[in-house]
Design a protein around this ligand. Structure first.
Ligand SMILES: NC(=O)c1ccc[n+]([C@@H]2O[C@H](COP(=O)([O-])OP(=O)(O)OC[C@H]3O[C@@H](n4cnc5c(N)ncnc54)[C@H](O)[C@@H]3O)[C@@H](O)[C@H]2O)c1
Length: 362
């Protein structure tokens, strides 16, 4: 689908440079600003606009208020042949994530698996960025993070867990891959906020009101209620999403001794550091049966070639929607943005007194 004429296209490198400009303007060192820029560019390029440029002001604010620091480096507190426990030292989440996943990959090369858990971290963007780091080595990658509470557990009234994403990336043949990367709530918070702005009601599986009951008014869900776990109400299997969200907490906040569950700070709070827990895993498939990539390829090919149900054109596998978005960006010469997103970037540039983000000439 071609970009609407009102959209502006921003080459990936221009977005990367803009993120680095904004972050360094508030005192982030370039070696910390760059990993963040890589994750934000990847989010928008993959079509997850809620986790790219859109979140830049949050990271800027965290550095400005001192809630996130840039004068420290993550540190290994404990390690074995296959594990490491890391203190993120309250630096930007993507700096902690990159540090941890690189350790996990090194350990997977030596021991077949690397399992790394961090405390003292911050928002790391799209979880898939870290699982996909392992693909470059032909490894499977997994990543998890806890987040500020928004998910209302099945049968409860109030939120106790975050949108706690999970991701698994697995290599197939010829550069193909399976990339599952998802929140453990029915939808990300951003989708409810967008429905509110558009004046729409939301589907009954998305959120609850202040009494823990299904609510289709987005403003009430965001301000007074919370998000349903993946699946929605109990009768739709939402307790499984609740269980998955809690599983993420086991790997992150509980294993890592960071803030966890309802104790994680409120979303965008500037009164205390986030102290998030995160988990990064790399697995060498050669430690198991030979021919992993071939079988992965067979399974994905089978699914993609299945007859689509009435009204649908094709069956996808996880990672395909993002691949389609990246193809679209490549054809356009960059990432298409709605005028409001360009205005948001220009406003931020003016506030920080940096050069605005360059767009492709129309
Ligand atoms: N850092 C954080 O605190 C945080 C919290 C929540 C979410 N996130 C990120 O937000 C992003 C969006 O999450 P989401 O849950 O809204 O993603 P989503 O619902 O858009 O997609 C989830 C997964 O489903 C796959 N998928 C989508 N349509 C499909 C189809 N028809 N067939 C097969 N597979 C399909 C996608 O490839 C993806 O792997 C993710 O990158 C996630 O890591 C981050």
């Amino acid at each position: 689908m071609a970009a609407a004429t009102t959209e502006s296209v921003v080459p990936l490198k221009k977005l990367f440079d803009f993120v680095v400009r904004c972050m360094t303007a508030v005192g982030t060192k370039p070696s910390h600003a760059e990993p963040l820029a890589n994750v934000l560019v990847a989010a928008d390029n993959r079509g997850h606009y809620s986790h790219g440029l859109n979140r830049l002001d949050m990271y800027v604010k965290d550095i400005k208020t001192g809630m996130t620091v840039s004068d420290q480096e993550p540190e290994i507190l404990k390690e074995t042949a296959a594990t490491a426990f890391v203190d993120g030292k309250n630096v930007l989440g993507p700096v902690v994530g990159k540090f941890c996943m690189e350790i996990a990959i090194r350990k997977a090369k030596e021991s077949g698996i690397g399992w790394v858990v961090a405390c003292g971290s911050n928002h790391f963007g799209i979880a898939g960025w870290y699982s996909m780091m392992a693909l470059e080595e032909g490894f499977l990658g997994m990543a998890f993070t806890n987040t500020s509470p928004f998910m209302v557990p099945t049968r409860a009234k109030k939120p106790a867990l975050g949108t706690n994403p999970i991701t698994l990336a697995a290599p197939a043949k010829n550069g193909d891959s399976f990339v599952l990367d998802m929140a453990t709530t029915s939808v990300a918070l951003g989708k409810v906020e967008i429905s509110d702005r558009k004046g729409e009601t939301i589907p009954p599986t998305w959120g609850v009101d202040e009494n823990g009951k299904t609510c289709q008014e987005p403003a009430r869900v965001v301000s007074k209620g919370g998000l349903y776990p993946l699946g929605g109400p109990e009768e739709c299997g939402g307790y499984k999403g609740y269980g998955l969200g809690m599983m993420v907490e086991v790997f992150c906040g509980i294993l890592g001794g960071s803030a966890f569950g309802p104790n994680v700070r409120k979303w965008k709070s500037s009164t205390e550091p986030a102290n998030l827990g995160q988990c990064f895993v790399a697995i060498d498939p050669n430690a198991f049966a030979p021919g992993f990539a071939d079988r992965m390829n067979d399974l994905m090919t089978h699914c993609r070639n299945m007859e689509a149900s009435e009204g649908e054109t094709e069956v996808l596998v996880p990672g395909d929607p993002e691949r389609k978005h990246m193809d679209k960006c490549e054809k356009l010469g960059g990432i298409p943005y709605h005028p409001n997103q360009i205005k948001y970037a220009n406003d931020l540039a003016a506030e920080l007194k940096v050069e605005p983000m360059e767009t492709l000439k129309k």
